[in-house]
Design a protein around this ligand. Structure first.
Ligand SMILES: [Zn+2]
Length: 413
């Protein structure tokens, strides 16, 4: 990789931000993070982001969903001139007990990239934005990339407001408690028009860059992926006094579904995961009256992924269960010309696909020119406290991001 060397203070700024973020939403025992949308932790992270933006004199706005956008330059004047901005950033929320890097690397990295550009005396010819997307992981309400899906209309406002968390709190209620007005939810054309290009810096969720021996890579595409909710009915009864042949055990249907998903995924060369289940009433000595599970399925071939879901649906119907699609994202190709341009600019970086969904993909599917930069993750593990990237590799990623912005928002753009 070849990049402009990172200024010492940009690197120091990144280290300081990383240190500040270290304690927010930290699970003491595991070393992982739980940072869910519209919670106290989320509010602390949003306040942190706002403070960092204020320190840099960036103009902070929130869109109809509550995603935070900080601008260096006037985004609307640029839209009027037909030269909308270059946006960088990512998300600050996490999966339950997630790693430190997935999301925050892209947000703190974007702020550090701004420091780098300013240190170099760079004057953007079009505005530069830094975004913090809300609810990227969908950990609380079940729909991933809810922040970008709502503003692009991929997730309808009524459906979003009615999504519930495990305590039955709707997204609308959660937003209200966090001081936001849920009635504003919806497609946000004004915000979208300001994004000429979006580049998301992110930790790699796999080991391709380790194998390729590169600290940074450019993303080419995202596998098609979706989430389905599976509900199986049953009848609550006593675990001791109900004969086996008189039972309607909802959990048996869910167990069959989980095995079927695994088998079908092997057959179809996809991946399928049931990582979250809920059982009612949930007593050791009570037969389950309802069992629900969330199926996540992905693969290189969209039809193959949908065949996995069909097989699951067949099995679940034997138990009178229902499969409901909660989200579906087709194959997402990042802008091929932009991908090529970035790879060449950075000295011939490897170009790699990913099986993970991202806000960059949602924006790309809405027709926005988007791409990603990945930072090497030696463990290959993500969505776990073991997710990791070295400080040097993170700084390489920031240097690469700053060079990309120089290219895209500079005089030659
Ligand atoms: Zn992420």
């Amino acid at each position: 990789m070849s990049t402009t060397p990172l200024h010492g203070f940009a690197a120091a700024g990144f280290r300081r931000m990383w240190h500040d973020l270290e304690t927010l939403g930290l699970n003491g025992r595991s070393g992982g993070y739980s940072r869910f949308a519209w919670t106290r932790e989320d509010s602390d992270l949003r306040a942190w982001f706002a403070a960092e933006c204020a320190e840099r004199g960036l103009d902070l706005t929130t869109d109809r969903m509550g995603n935070q956008w900080a601008w260096w330059g006037d985004p609307d004047a640029a839209v009027a001139l037909g030269a909308p901005g270059v946006v960088i950033g990512s998300h600050l929320d996490s999966v339950p007990d997630g790693g430190a890097f997935d999301g925050p690397l892209g947000v703190a990295g974007a702020l550090a990239a701004v420091d780098q550009l300013r240190g170099a005396g760079f004057t953007p010819s079009r505005p530069v934005g830094v975004v913090n997307f809300v609810d990227e992981e969908g950990s609380r309400f079940g729909v991933a990339c809810a922040g970008s899906r709502v503003i692009t209309g991929a997730l309808g406002a009524d459906r979003a407001r009615a999504l519930t968390d495990r305590d039955g709190v709707t997204m609308a209620e959660a937003m209200g408690r966090a001081g936001r007005d849920p009635s504003t939810l919806g497609r946000d054309d004004e915000t979208l028009a300001r994004i000429g290009t979006f580049v998301e810096l992110h930790v790699e969720q796999g080991r391709r860059l380790v194998d390729l021996g590169s600290s940074v890579g450019v993303g080419s595409d995202i596998w098609p992926h979706g989430r389905w909710r599976v509900d199986v009915p049953g009848e609550a009864n006593h675990a001791g006094t109900t004969a086996l042949d008189e039972r309607e055990d909802a959990l048996l249907g869910l167990a069959a579904m989980i095995i079927a998903a695994r088998r079908a995924a092997v057959e179809q060369d996809c991946v399928a995961t049931v990582g979250k289940v809920s059982v009612v009433p949930g007593g050791v000595n009570a037969i389950a009256s309802r069992a629900s599970g969330w199926l996540d399925a992905r693969g290189a071939d969209a039809d193959a992924v949908l065949r996995v879901v069909d097989e699951v649906r067949d099995v679940v119907s034997d138990f009178d269960g229902l499969v409901t699609q909660e989200s579906w994202t087709p194959t997402t190709d990042f802008d091929p010309a932009l991908v090529r341009r970035m790879a060449i600019l950075l000295g011939g970086l490897p170009v790699i696909p990913t099986g993970a969904g991202h806000d960059a993909g949602i924006l790309a599917n809405d027709g926005i020119r988007a791409a990603m930069l990945f930072v090497r993750n030696p463990t290959g593990v993500s969505h776990s406290p073991d997710e990791w990237a070295s400080a040097d590799d993170c700084l390489d990623g920031i240097a690469a991001l700053a060079d990309v912005v120089t290219d895209l928002a500079g005089d030659g753009a």
